[in-house]
Design a protein around this ligand. Sequence first.
Ligand SMILES: [Zn+2]
Length: 439
Amino acid sequence: MHTQKADILAQRPRRPGLTRRLAVCLLILALPAITVVTAFGIAPGTIAADLHQATVRESITLPDFKPVSAPTPYFTTQERVLRGDTVAALFERLGVSDARAMEFLRADATGRAIFRQLVPGRMMQAETGPAGELISLRYFLSPSSLMEVARAADGFTARSRAVAEPPRLFYRTATIRSSLFAATDAAGIPDAIAIQIARVFATDIDFHTELRRGDRMAVVYEMIYDSGELVAAGRILAAEFVNDGRIYHAVLFTDDEGGDGYYSLDGSNRAKAFLRSPVEFSRVSSGFGGRFHPIFRNWRAHTGVDFAAPRGTRVIAAADGTVVSAGGRGGYGNAVEIRHGGSITTLYAHLSGFAKGIRAGARVRQGEPIGYVGATGYATGPHLHYEFKISGMHQDPMRVALPKAEPVPARLKDDFMQAAAQARATNSRVASAPPARFE
Ligand SMILES: [Zn+2]
């Protein structure tokens, strides 16, 4: 089954970090027990770090594209369209930084369709060169129609064509022994699906720190084939994750307006107002696992939680909101503050830089990148300092109870319960099968 694995998710090249300052975080000095670099304390049963720090690059089989023959490294990423997304925001998340490509798409009769047909949940896949230049782009204009943009010698070309094959379904189980990616690799689950698993369960589980050896997952997902060749990973249809003895379920349900969402088996929305961790989960950040544990202790004295992560790791908005400020802020260094509903504000400090478009007044969506981990201001090393305030009062973001998103609407409850029963049956079949069957 490993021949099926042909997915990709390369960490984009690191941002050039600002010169590391020798400033020392006074707060941290005052509380030596919580210094980031000495935080080796691991909760019993927590996974020890297994450091994959090398640049991650697996190539996908790209049937039709022979873009450039040079041996330069390409980075292939895929992202789903979010509610209210723009092509510019998608490009930013995909690591595409190419004004000429954007101009081409605006001007080209075929390429232009991308601006009109950004449907939440649809997938966009990009291949970029080392400087973020676009090499190729795929976007599903509809579930059966694929637009392809390719860099040619004298500019770009765009075409759209039908994808006749329905997605193929895959069923996999995996058990965590050292890290999520070690488990998904062993089970033949593509990286793009592993990342989706981390996103789907991100409001309940912080995949950086809360995985335990022996955690299990069962997942049903789509893979999209064209003329018999794998083109892309599709959606997760159903998943079950057992973390530290607690079982979480996710079922994909499409409402009558065509919007995809993940729900628990009882119809409650998996999306919650806030993510468990504002640091993007990736192969690179996951490698820092237990060794660079976030600091929970003394948050009250410290007024925040520190998340250690490699410089350049993407920092993401914990919830939907509006940027109050983004800029230099004394000991905080480069910092972003976001106002959310319910008089909640969050602050993200010591950033090496800001994501494109992040400035006062900008709207951000949950999970959207807002900046990059750094060590600006009073910081001993790269980490994210995260604060959470309700009506201006600091709260412990790891403990505060937060509202849930809307459940399945009553009119669709019957449809949903059917889908959920099916997902439960499938998951238990998959979960009870011997793992060898899937390898
Ligand atoms: Zn801090």
